[in-house]
Design a protein around this ligand. Structure first.
Ligand code: SF4
Ligand code: SF4
Length: 304
């Protein structure tokens, strides 16, 4: 089983559109009926919006603990308020209460309370789900607003996907990764056979691509780069390719700016299925063939 993760240094580069197109193309070729999808962008799980799958199962995700004060035991001494470094405890109407959003779960107040009037409770911070899409099972998740532990949630999504892929002898897990370089990205990259980084020819795109590449390379995962909307700023695209060449990274293809991608998203379809002859679809199809070559034969250098 191979794991391909699609990443971007920053949000909005078209990563999910590329993933959806790859899911469609994979379902047409040698991976037909043998792919499985995982949306590891748990803060903004958009693959579900594009593919509009049928939800099969949803479960709560417990991502940490928060302090709870028992008002019947509390002596209103205020010790917990003074020990809390996160300003999560305050006095309201003569009672001390915990703000669950601000609470970091450190439990310092539990040990400080002379009356043993505080305990920690598991908190549901999101949900994990599995759905059936046109192109195969999709594992995804949703982290509630303001909640942390997205790295842990990504790990859970990937583990559920990997387990189903093994159980059903599926040959490819296609992971739509989160943007950036933080814990969720590290969780998404972990165990991948290949990473495709989607960037765009802007100053921030180039800057964030470099940081994302460093993260991927740190974990020893081979990386490829593709440049979306490359024709919007050809000089920027050339600079990215030169940068990749200088650092031994294969800039494997370019995708032109094409409104068909936005129209496909509105229609809830992969652009390669929605408008196969569109310039972006043709570029994505060529890109997919090169990526498959690298997945199957990691030492191969596909023509670009
Ligand atoms: S430390 Fe315990 S007793 Fe004191 S205010 Fe906090 S909860 Fe109440
Ligand atoms: S668990 Fe830590 S962060 Fe939460 S209220 Fe208690 S001291 Fe504050």
């Amino acid at each position: 089983m191979k794991q391909l993760v699609i990443l971007s240094g920053k949000g909005g580069t078209g990563k999910t559109s590329v993933t959806a197109a790859f899911a469609h193309l994979a379902s047409q070729g040698p991976f037909a009926d043998r792919i499985l999808l995982a949306d590891a962008d748990v803060d903004a799980a958009n693959l579900e919006l594009v593919l509009q799958p049928r939800r099969l199962d949803t479960r709560p995700f417990s991502g940490g603990q928060v302090a709870v004060i028992d008002a019947d035991i509390c002596m209103t001494c205020g010790d917990c308020e003074s020990v809390c470094r996160f300003d999560a405890i305050a006095e309201m109407d003569g009672r001390f209460v915990v703000d669950p959003i601000a609470c970091d779960g450190c439990a310092a107040c539990v040990y400080q309370c002379p009356a043993e009037g505080i305990h920690m409770e598991e908190q549901t911070v999101g949900e994990v789900a599995v759905s059936e899409s046109r192109y195969g099972p999709l594992h995804h998740a949703h982290l509630y607003p303001g909640q942390e532990n997205s790295g842990k949630l990504v790990t859970q999504v990937k583990e559920r996907a990997r387990q189903q892929a093994l159980d059903e002898s599926r040959q490819l897990v296609l992971v739509d990764g989160p943007p950036g370089i933080g814990c969720p990205v590290i969780a998404a990259v972990s165990g991948a056979d290949l990473a495709l980084l989607v960037t765009e020819p802007t100053v921030s795109g180039i800057h964030d691509l470099r940081r994302a590449l460093q993260t991927v390379q740190h974990f020893g995962v081979p990386a490829l780069v593709c440049i979306n909307k490359a024709d919007v700023y050809p000089k920027g695209a050339q600079d990215i390719e030169a940068d990749c060449l200088a650092n031994g990274i294969n800039a494997i293809g370019q995708i032109p700016f094409d409104l068909s991608i936005a129209s496909a998203m509105v229609a809830g379809e992969a652009v390669t299925a929605y408008r196969p002859d569109a310039p972006a679809s043709l570029a994505l199809t060529a890109l997919w063939e090169r990526v498959v070559t690298c997945l199957i034969a990691p030492d191969a250098t596909p023509d670009t």
